[in-house]
Design a protein around this ligand. Structure first.
Ligand code: SF4
Ligand code: SF4
Length: 305
């Protein structure tokens, strides 16, 4: 069974059994929606738009020429990128796990697929995927073309604009539905950038209580990008991974982790019946020499030991 299918069953099955939405899921939707709305408002409020159709470039509510718009935008663009570099360097790929609109939509697609597996409508899934993909394509479109093109534009301008919206929606819906979150592991250029920036961070998933692990392996199955959550803290050669998609050889679980917390959600659910601490946790990590190496220090005794 492909990783996505196992993961859907594991996570949404767990979610249903819990009967409540996990705090990580709440945070993801609150941050993801706030970020998407914030970005969408920039061209709507004429804060920023490069209008390739009529040349009505906007910056902070004023119409300017394209050079002035580019110059004005350069500083905030640089500032945001420096912030991203700093956040990624010290905290890892939290941006991928909590802020990326693509990631949020890929999770929505997983949820629809899981519902479909439980007998819910395929039409609902299809129309929802098209709807949200059209919304994201429309937000992108707003940055580059004034919507008045559909009223005042020539036939060519209207056709080109329509083609962009239709093609963009189709490609995005296909990617979200078919590639899902594996895109974040193998193909996302921003993800590579963040992963390379933050190989050794003080933050991430910790296998804090190996002695409480029941070795169910559900954390591995829940990981959307096929990592090994119990080996997250170690960033040495022994934990390097082979090249995959656009990602080069030698990246570690820790560097690639998008800090989504799905493994922790799964682990909390699997160990809930036992009176033990939760083996996995996410947050600040202890100093490297104080971390517990599974199988070496306090890992549980197995039959092969
Ligand atoms: S290891 Fe855990 S937190 Fe990291 S990507 Fe996988 S499931 Fe998400
Ligand atoms: S989900 Fe938790 S208990 Fe199960 S294997 Fe992973 S760390 Fe161990």
């Amino acid at each position: 069974m492909p990783i996505g299918k196992i993961r859907e069953k594991v996570l949404f099955g767990i979610g249903k059994a819990r009967g409540s939405i996990h705090r990580y899921t709440w945070w993801r939707w609150i941050i993801g929606c706030a970020f998407t709305i914030g970005v969408a408002l920039l061209p709507i409020l004429d804060i920023l738009r490069f209008d390739l159709w009529s040349g009505r470039h906007m910056w902070m509510g004023e119409q300017v020429d394209i050079v002035a718009a580019a110059k004005a935008f350069a500083f905030p663009f640089l500032a945001v990128n420096i912030l991203i570099v700093v956040v990624s360097r010290f905290f890892g790929r939290y941006l991928c796990g909590y802020m990326c609109p693509y990631g949020s939509l890929a999770r929505l697609a997983e949820w629809f697929r899981w519902r479909e597996g439980t007998g819910k409508s395929r039409l609902l899934r299809f129309s929802s995927m098209i709807g949200v993909s059209l919304l994201l394509t429309a937000i992108t479109f707003s940055f580059w073309v004034d919507w008045r093109v559909f009223v005042e534009g020539s036939a060519l301008a209207v056709n080109l604009s329509s083609a962009f919206l239709i093609l963009g929606t189709a490609v995005l819906a296909w990617a979200i539905d078919r590639l899902g979150l594996t895109f974040c592991h193998d193909w996302c250029p921003s993800g590579i950038y963040f992963a390379i920036l933050g190989p050794k961070t003080s933050n991430g998933v910790e296998f804090a209580h190996p002695d409480a692990c029941i070795e169910c392996d559900v954390c591995d199955k829940a990981c959307p990008i096929d990592l090994l959550p119990r080996e997250m803290e170690f960033d040495d050669e022994a934990h390097e991974r082979p090249a995959s998609g656009l990602y080069p050889d030698g990246m570690t679980n820790h560097g690639l982790c998008i800090r989504c917390g799905d493994c922790v959600v799964a682990c909390e659910a699997m160990t809930a019946p036992y009176d033990t601490p939760v083996p996995l946790r996410m947050g600040f990590l202890p100093p490297e020499d104080e971390r517990v190496r599974p199988g070496l220090e306090s890992a549980p005794t197995t039959s092969s030991d």
